[in-house]
Design a protein around this ligand. Structure first.
Ligand code: SF4
Ligand code: SF4
Length: 714
């Protein structure tokens, strides 16, 4: 994994009264243990990858408590785990990135929410929304509403997060409904402290398994008609009122008073810190959480509690609802409740605030100033607030302008990534074949959609590239190429892509990037990693799996072998053989490899053993400065520098210190018949007698030829 949490996992052992310090995501894990969960699972994805990583690193502690940990192959299998809480009083939690993960899990979630649960069931969703998000900008709120599952959105304060997790399980049991706990990226990484409680064993767990027969067969526990008709009524008539009563009685939502009490703000818990920061910049709040405008904080974002909403709004002339994204679900519900009760408070939300996009500090400052300018609270000079807001917001624009035009810095493959050469090979093959449709996918390889490759016509979901080429192939003169990672292959691609293509006798080309991990999310293990998380061999290979499914045209090519990859691709595109053609591009994720070998090499050096590190370089006397190598590679370690030749003004290519010696430079130069500028140097540490002898011989020959010996051994 990208990061080890072994040290942090020690904090999970804290007992009652001790103070926990750390990140929000670790606090959630501690809260799960304090809640007596019997099982946890999930599928990695920002911003909650680390939740699963912490669970895996804390496996010893979890097994002491009898908590089962499952690293699921996708979000659907994680959601399906929660079935254990339908019949049994088992508390369980699963996690994934939303909204995409919730899309994948949607079927299981509907079938879980319909019969409801006996034991507390919690889905911890990492809401990846906003300026740094890597996915479609949609709200998970819609899923909670359509399934009648409750959505908790705690204020980003560790003690509130922990309390909301614990109360979330009780809410789930009190209303027989699964609960979603939404964590935005800032809530995951907010740091703070809270007073810990003792960890609890689940009612039943691996340490105390359910004895006796399984749950009595009850047809009503199945999401089958006619049970589903009864479930629908139960959701509205029993579970919803039970949830609202629990939220009200246990004060999950918070009201903070303020002296400007003819106006108010209703804010989703996760946005509270941003609102407080904006109020503080406008001089309407201090740094200790005291605001001049009353706030109603929805730590329970769905369902709303009508009595609370009405009580907060009734004596106010105007209220602002702060909810990020589109549509404005909370604003609509608040409006409905007020109209039903004939309360004439003026509601504002979208309009003062933008309908789409992240509510950053600047957006909130502008929105609050607009609201106050309209509402004109008694005792406040709203014009003075607007005058204060304008320079704060303008300051950033001015700062950006003073920097001038900065070069764009799109995300890119890591130095030495094994996926980069495959796209270099596609580009080379296309010189002969002409361009074809490329179905891209989710994963590191999607960086190829950006310069210098700019390859990829559609992305339809994780592991969906082959499926999304299914209707292109029969309507296109050239075979489409689908690109998928091994993570996507196991997540969805094997069934929705490969099985479907074979079943429908599709005729396309699939490239599977076999790098050994789900790399983009932090190098978690997958079914064809070299080992499982416990270190045992997985015993599965993509090759054997594809053969077993019936793939006949199958080649495995080392991903750095650009010429072989280009040749194989041309063969796949031109062969008269119909059917699915799969090329497995095999090369370990370089980031994971570097982390692995760094420790191995440090051990060897400490023992005085020989260690060789390969570096590539460009002979700047030969380089013509046409930069074809850069256009075909895009490696961040391949750069430019001024030409040493005063007669040539074009900068020459250069390989910088970060080169990991993957060999792509040499391969590309060879496969593209580029130029002979590249050289390879092996840096030998703790050289043996043979290295020394070879070095002396080379030095002598070079000296004899009139050059200067190049020291390569140390
Ligand atoms: S994490 Fe691994 S697979 Fe992803 S870009 Fe980096 S080296 Fe390539
Ligand atoms: S050999 Fe070339 S492509 Fe590979 S890491 Fe070094 S500079 Fe980058």
């Amino acid at each position: 994994m990208e990061r080890s949490f072994k040290k942090e996992a020690e904090a999970l052992k804290l007992g009652a009264g001790e103070t926990f310090h750390g990140e929000g995501i670790l606090a959630v894990t501690k809260a799960l243990l304090q809640s007596g969960v019997s099982y946890v699972g999930g599928y990695q994805g920002a911003p909650v990858s680390h939740l699963l990583d912490v669970m895996v690193d804390a496996e010893d502690l979890l097994s002491e408590l009898g908590v089962h940990v499952e690293t699921c192959t996708n979000e659907a299998s994680a959601a399906a785990m929660l079935a254990a809480s339908i019949n049994y009083p088992l508390r369980g939690a699963v996690t994934w990135k939303s909204v995409v993960g919730t899309n994948v899990a949607a079927d299981a979630l509907s079938n879980l929410a319909s019969p409801g649960v006996t034991g507390g069931a919690m889905i911890i969703i990492g809401e990846d929304y906003g300026e740094g998000a890597s996915i479609i900008q949609e709200r998970s709120y819609a899923f909670a509403m359509k399934c009648s599952m409750w959505l908790l959105d705690p204020r980003p304060d560790l003690s509130v997060i922990v309390r909301t997790v614990e109360q979330g399980f009780a809410l789930s049991e009190a209303s027989n409904t699964p609960v979603m706990l939404e964590l935005r990226i800032r809530a995951c990484h907010v740091t703070g402290a809270f007073t810990a409680s003792d960890n609890r064993r689940g009612v039943n767990s691996g340490q105390n398994p359910i004895a006796g027969p399984p749950a009595r067969h009850e047809y009503i526990r199945l999401s089958h008609p006619p049970s589903t008709f009864i479930h629908e009524k139960q959701k509205v008539e029993q579970r919803l009122p039970a949830a609202q009563a629990f939220i009200r009685d246990n004060k999950l939502n918070e009201v903070f008073p303020g002296d400007l009490d003819d106006v108010g703000i209703i804010v989703l818990g996760g946005l509270y810190n941003g609102v407080m920061r904006a109020l503080s910049r406008l001089g309407l709040a201090d740094l200790y959480g005291n605001a001049r405008i009353p706030l109603y904080v929805l730590n329970a974002a769905f369902p709303l509690v009508p009595e609370e909403v009405k009580a907060f709004c009734a004596d106010k002339r105007a209220v602002l609802v702060v909810e990020e994204g589109h549509p404005e679900f909370v604003e609509q519900q608040v409006n409905t409740e007020l109209r039903r009760a004939d309360i004439q408070t003026r509601m504002r939300g979208k309009g003062c605030l933008p309908a789409a996009g992240e509510y950053t500090a600047d957006v909130l400052i502008k929105g609050l100033a607009a609201f106050l300018g309209e509402a004109r609270p008694l005792g406040l000079d709203a014009d003075a607030i607007a005058a204060k807001a304008a320079p704060i917001v303008a300051h950033k624009t001015g700062a950006l302008a003073s920097l001038g035009d900065l070069p764009p810095r799109p995300p890119n493959f890591c130095t030495g990534c094994p996926e980069r050469p495959v796209f270099a090979a596609i580009k080379l093959a296309q010189r002969e074949l002409g361009p074809t449709h490329i179905s891209a996918d989710i994963g590191c390889h999607s960086f190829a959609t950006l310069p210098p490759f700019s390859l990829g016509n559609s992305i339809l979901g994780y592991g969906m590239s082959l499926a999304s080429a299914a209707a292109v192939a029969p309507n296109f003169a050239r075979r489409p190429i689908a690109v998928m990672g091994d993570g996507g292959f196991w997540h969805n691609g094997l069934l929705s892509g490969v099985a479907s293509s074979l079943f429908n006798q599709g005729d396309g080309v699939l490239i599977v990037m076999q790098n050994g991990y789900t790399s983009a999310t932090g190098q978690q293990y997958l079914p064809t990693s070299r080992t499982t998380r416990s270190g045992a061999p997985t015993g599965m290979t993509i090759e054997k799996t594809l053969r077993a499914f019936g793939v006949k045209w199958l080649r495995t090519v080392r991903s750095y072998s650009v010429a072989t990859m280009a040749k194989t691709l041309k063969e796949a595109m031109r062969t008269a053989e119909r059917g699915l053609k799969v090329i497995i591009a095999d090369g370990e994720c370089m980031l994971a490899r570097q982390r692995r070998i760094r420790a191995e090499e440090a051990g060897k050096l400490a023992r005085g053993e020989r260690v060789v590190r390969t570096k590539y370089g460009v002979d700047d006397e030969i380089c013509t400065g046409d930069h074809s190598c850069i256009r075909l590679s895009g490696c961040p370690s391949l750069s430019i520098k001024p030409s040493p030749d005063p007669l040539r003004t074009d900068p020459v290519a250069t390989v910088v210190e970060t080169c990991v010696g993957c060999g792509l430079c040499g391969e590309v130069a060879h496969a593209a018949v580029l130029c002979p500028s590249f050289y390879r140097a092996d840096l030998v540490r703790n050289p043996g007698w043979w290295d020394r002898a070879l070095h002396r011989l080379r030095g002598a020959v070079i000296g004899w030829l009139g050059g200067r010996p190049q020291a390569v051994a140390s």
